[in-house]
Every structure is written in C-alpha cells, then in structure tokens.
Design a binder for this molecule. Structure first.
Ligand SMILES: *Cc1c(COP(=O)(O)O)cnc(C)c1O
Length: 428
C-alpha cells in the first residue's frame, strides 16, 4: 500500500469523522495532507491544492506564517500551560489588552475559551445571567435568525437555524425564538420581524446575529443598515446584542469586524477562527463594561464558567502575534484590495448556465448552483473537479464559495478564481 492508502485505511478503521456519514467515510477518499505552506496544502503524493476556505475559515494568515511559528516556539519554551485559577500570566493579560484595543470601541473585557462554539456558550450564559441578577428575571429567552449557525455545542445549536445541524437534537435544545424569513435579499423583512417579536415578547434577554454574513447557511450576505437597525431595536427594548464574529471577524468581510460596517458596538462579541490564525484552538467572548459590571459582587453573582485551557499561554501568544501581524502587515487593506478581484470574478460567473446567483463581500465569494442549500449535491461535483485542478473547494451543498487566507497574493487568487470558474463550467 502507498502511504496515502495506509493512512486512509487506518482512518477508516479508527476515526469517527466530522459531518461524515459512514457510507461516505468508507467510500470516498479524503485528501491526505502532509504539510501546508502559505495558501497551499500539500498531500502525501506531493500534489498541492489552494486552500480555498482557509481550512474551515481559520487560516486567515495562511499556513506556517513565520512569525506565528516563532511565537509558538518561543512561548512553548517558556510556559506551555498553567491554569488561570488563582493564577495569571503576562501573555493572557497582554492579549486581553490588545484584543480590547482592536475590538469595536466600548468592548472592555475578554473572557477566553477554546473555539467558536464555546465563545457562543459563554455569551449565552453571560446574557442570561446578566438579566437574572439585575432585576429582570423574566428576560430568559434568545432571539436568533433563520439560517443562523453558531456552533455545534447544545447552546449554540439551540440558537442555530440551519435544519441539518439541529433537527435530530431537538429534544436536547432550549427554546429560542427564531425568525422565519431567511431571504437575505429582503433582509428588511427580518428586521421587521425582529421588531414585531421584541414588541410582543418581554422575556427576551438577547438577540444573536452573525453580522453581515451567515456563513454556514451558504454565505448569505446582508446589509450594514440592517445591522444598525437591529442594534437600535435591541437598545430600544433593553435587550443585549450578541455579535457572533467567529467567521466574520479578523478582516474576512473587508473590515476588522463586520460590526465596523455599521459603526456599532454589540454588548457581547464572540471571536474565534481567525483569532488564533489556525494554529491552535482558542477563542474569546468580549463584553462591554456595562455587561461586566452586571456581575460585580460576590460568589452569588459570579460567572460560573472556565475551561481547563482558559487563557492557554500557547494560544494566547499566537493570538497576540496574530493581532501584531494585522497591525504591522496591512492585512485588512490587502484583503480589501483583493476583495474587488473576488467581486468581479464572482459577478462574471453569473454568465455560466449552471449558476443561479452569486454574491461577494470582502474576502468571500459565493455562487449558488441550485436551491437545495446544504443538502444539495451540485457543489460536490464542483469540489471533485476543483480537486483535480488543484484547489480544496469544499462547498456548502449547492453553494460553491471561497474564503481564502487574507494573505493570498493577487496571482494565487487569480489561479484560484480560474479553478473555480473552470470547475463550475466543467460540471455544467
Ligand atoms: C464556525 C462558527 C462557529 C463555531 O466555531 P467552532 O470553532 O467550530 O466551534 C460559531 N459561529 C460562527 C458564525 C461560525 O462560523
């Protein structure tokens, strides 16, 4: 057996793969990646693939960024882990300060956790407890949006609005209020619905949104004016706004935060993925001073949450270096410049007979090949074609999209956009 076959055989025997049916696990050969550098993944046979989705939306600075490799090595020689139970350390303290400085104005505190889902769980618990102990026990429900995706842990799934991720766990979920309109071309109706819901329900503690882009729903894009309107509504009704910027943060949309487009500061902001540049799992939930002050007092008013790896020094060192790279290497401006290349290429895809709709924002471009969403099969045919042409272009069902590292060069992006076009054309 070749090394590739050997690894696949062991994987088939021992691994329980994410989002993968047993049928697919046994029948479809995965890529077997050996190493990665910049925007390229290299498999065990030496073939290279452009990482069109930044390895599940995390590698915003590409693979093997020398500064991140150095930060990891230096921190691991000093302190790889210590708890933050009665302990603090310089790296986590400085990261909290740097993160607050980089966040929308008014964010004041950082609570660390492990990944996007836990960052959302923390926000959910904070928002709920905030009202429980500040005179509004009736405020105990969340509003989330149709098409929302906030992670795979139970709180996050309760907020989720994508059926494939939540339907079979229904019995385990808490009761959130979901909007029903998921046509982002008419997002004004979502805003109207939220207004009606807030008018009708006095038991809402927070509204949760993925600002401007609903990623897992199929890269659905909505407008800053609607985000602004939702912020106004939450303020009017004395409800917290949780911005889940796990995907949209760190320049993905063309600004550091999607919230920046609307000039808003949410009450809570979740960040992960790009936050640690795809090197280690690490996340944070940011809160305003007002929210933080809602917990002042003794043990009975304390946020009872804290994972083993809270503030992990390795993750914190990486996350700090990520922020330094964003400041010093013009990452956002570079991404903005490339955004127009993506916008133009995706607009041109509309001419292809099998493309129904396209859209783009910042370093995201998406094309719908049909109307079956996540369950659709058309994107997977494109995935196979792109794999032969040298790109890892995992679709969201019928939606083919790119969300590459922000550090991709113009030439590499041109190569990727060419592969996207050719592989969609091939399956037409
Ligand atoms: C990916 C994602 C999450 C979950 O993050 P994990 O790191 O996979 O737990 C939450 N919210 C949004 C918007 C995401 O895109």
């Amino acid at each position: 057996m070749t090394p590739r076959e050997t690894i696949i055989a062991i994987d088939r025997e021992f691994v329980w793969r994410p989002y993968t049916s047993h049928v697919d696990h046994q029948q479809k050969d995965p890529l077997v990646i050996e190493r990665a550098s910049g925007v390229y993944l290299y498999d065990v046979d030496g073939r290279r693939y452009i990482d069109a989705n930044g390895s599940w939306w995390v590698c915003n600075l590409g693979h093997g960024h020398p500064r991140l490799v150095r930060a990891l090595r230096e921190q691991s020689e000093k302190l790889a882990h210590c708890s933050m139970a009665g302990v603090t350390h310089e790296t986590a303290a400085l990261l909290a300060r740097d993160l607050v400085a980089a966040a929308p104005p008014g964010m004041a505190r950082a609570f660390f956790s492990d990944d996007g889902s836990t960052a959302v769980e923390v926000a959910v618990k904070i928002a709920y407890q905030f009202w429980q102990q500040n005179g509004h026990k009736e405020k105990n429900r969340f509003i989330s949006l149709a098409g929302a995706y906030h992670g795979d842990t139970l709180g996050a799934v309760s907020l989720g609005g994508v059926d494939v991720f939540r339907a079979r766990y229904g019995g385990l979920l808490f009761d959130a209020i979901h909007t029903s309109h998921d046509d982002t071309e008419h997002f004004d109706r979502v805003v109207e619905q939220v207004a009606t819901l807030l008018q009708a329900h006095n038991d809402v503690c927070a509204l949760v949104v993925e600002p401007l882009v609903q990623g897992a729903a199929g890269m659905l894009i909505w407008a800053p004016e609607h985000l602004r309107a939702l912020r106004d509504l939450t303020q009017k009704h004395n409800v917290l706004l949780i911005a889940d910027e796990v995907f949209t943060g760190y320049g993905r949309t063309g600004k550091m935060w999607a919230c920046d487009y609307a000039n808003i500061t949410p009450d809570l902001l979740c960040t992960a993925k790009g936050f640690s540049g795809g090197v280690l799992p690490m996340a944070a939930t940011l809160a305003t001073q007002n929210v933080y002050d809602g917990f002042s007092g003794g043990l009975d008013r304390t946020l009872m949450h804290g994972h083993s790896f809270y503030g992990n020094p390795l993750g914190a060192a990486i996350a700090r270096e990520v922020l330094a790279i964003y400041r010093e290497e013009n990452i956002i401006a570079h991404g903005q410049a490339l955004g127009s290349q993506i916008a133009q290429a995706f607009a041109e895809l509309r001419a292809l007979p099998n493309v129904v709709r396209t859209r783009s924002l910042g370093m995201i471009g998406a094309a719908d090949l049909g109307g079956d969403g996540y369950r659709g099969a058309r994107g997977w045919a494109v995935y196979e074609a792109a794999r032969r042409l040298g790109a890892y272009l995992r679709p969201l069902g019928d939606t083919v999209y790119i969300a590459p590292p922000l550090t991709i060069t113009q030439a590499e992006l041109a190569e990727l956009l060419h592969i996207v076009r050719e592989s969609i054309r091939e399956v037409a």
